[in-house]
Unconditional design. Structure first.
Length: 370
């Protein structure tokens, strides 16, 4: 079978939708090697180890016009190219499909990771909300199947966009295999020291933006005198200045922001952390939660939304606006080794439900018309 993917974020986005896209493609290439996978990218890729499979092929815009206007190609030129290259199923991995795909015989699939631009409109510029709304509305209208990565997003699709429920399929994401490999403590400490980080710390991972609520972690630690450093790993946005302003005003030390941790080094941080904290206001799923569970690290995350789907019964859930509750959860885990061990055991058991092979099988069922 010839299967195509919108691979823009798989190649150029290091977090979030990029991780999701890479995980889907790699799982299929490994567990269903008999198929051919075509990865469509608007820009030249160069050497990229994630798709180093003999059954993966990179394709991009052809012709002078589309090569010079790759974003136009991705929206308006791709459907014709898919037809010319005899693609049988095409998966828009990140909330959109190319115009005109409904006029082909190609089985079209789209993943809608979340509808944050509708549920939290204050986080987006009006023009961005308008563009996202138009793209998602078109995609869910013409797609033969709509994949969501949590029941929460599926519910949002039904209530906010009135998507035909027969189209929707929930397939939970997994996490990269690199997180499943245990690393000995000597190696972990060696890697962490390379970044100038002490051996014991509280960890949070994700883009440093208002929705992720990093400031709440800083406040919980500082205002409740929790004596452990905080390490935050993720891409910086303007929100970081707000967090740093609070840190400087209160002369807080031992808060570390890292923006360029490699994928190979990241598991060392997860496995070395005393606890992982993720008090986000809204997510489509929350893959970092799963990465922490796989790493055998206790998780504190938010009540409601999709978070219990990602965190399972072993995680602790708090109101993300309540820094006192967050601090209480931190103290409890840090001071109670029995609770910590119970959380690790339950978390790992939950994480085993998200194995790559099972996820790949679910996607193949969709591509084959199931």
């Amino acid at each position: 079978m010839r299967i195509g993917f919108d691979a823009k974020r798989a190649f150029f986005n290091k977090t979030g939708l990029g991780n999701y896209s890479r995980s889907v493609i790699k799982g299929l290439a490994e567990y269903f090697p008999q198929n051919s996978y075509y990865l469509y990218s608007p820009r030249p890729v160069g050497k990229n180890s994630f798709c180093d499979f003999p059954n993966c092929f990179i394709s991009g815009p052809s012709g002078f016009f589309y090569k010079n206007l790759p974003s136009v190609w991705r929206t308006f030129g791709l459907a014709e190219q898919l037809r010319n290259e005899k693609i049988e199923a095409y998966h828009g991995l990140t909330n959109e499909l190319p115009a005109g795909i409904e006029k082909t015989s190609i089985l079209s699939v789209v993943t809608i990771a979340d509808l944050i631009f509708l549920t939290c409109p204050e986080l987006y510029k009006p023009i961005d909300r308008m563009v996202y709304t138009k793209k998602v509305n078109y995609a869910v209208k013409v797609a033969r199947k709509v994949i969501t990565i949590s029941k929460k997003t599926a519910d949002d699709l039904l209530s906010l966009l009135s998507v035909d429920p027969s189209k929707i399929r929930i397939i939970y994401p997994g996490c990269d295999k690199v997180f499943w490999n245990r690393i000995d403590s000597v190696k972990r400490v060696e890697v962490i020291r390379k970044y100038g980080i002490p051996e014991e710390f509280i960890l949070s991972v994700g883009t440093i933006e208002e929705r992720k609520n990093v400031l709440a972690i800083v406040k919980a630690i500082y205002e409740n005198k929790i004596d452990l450093p905080l390490v935050v790993i993720g891409r910086a946005t303007a929100y970081l200045e707000q967090v740093k302003s609070y840190i400087e005003e209160n002369k807080i030390r031992d808060v570390y922001f890292l923006h360029n941790v490699t994928m190979n080094d990241l598991p060392c941080f997860y496995q070395q952390a005393k606890v992982f904290v993720y008090p986000s206001f809204y997510e489509g799923f929350g893959i970092p939660i799963l990465e922490a569970l796989v790493s055998e690290t206790p998780v504190i995350t938010s009540k409601g939304g999709c978070f219990a789907e990602a965190g399972g019964e072993g995680s602790v859930y708090v109101d993300p606006k309540n820094t006192e509750a967050l601090a209480e959860a931190l103290r409890s885990i840090l001071n109670d080794s029995e609770q910590r061990n119970r959380m690790i055991e339950a978390g790992l058991k939950h994480a085993l439900k998200f194995k790559d092979e099972n996820i790949a099988k679910a996607y193949m069922e969709v591509y084959q018309g199931g």
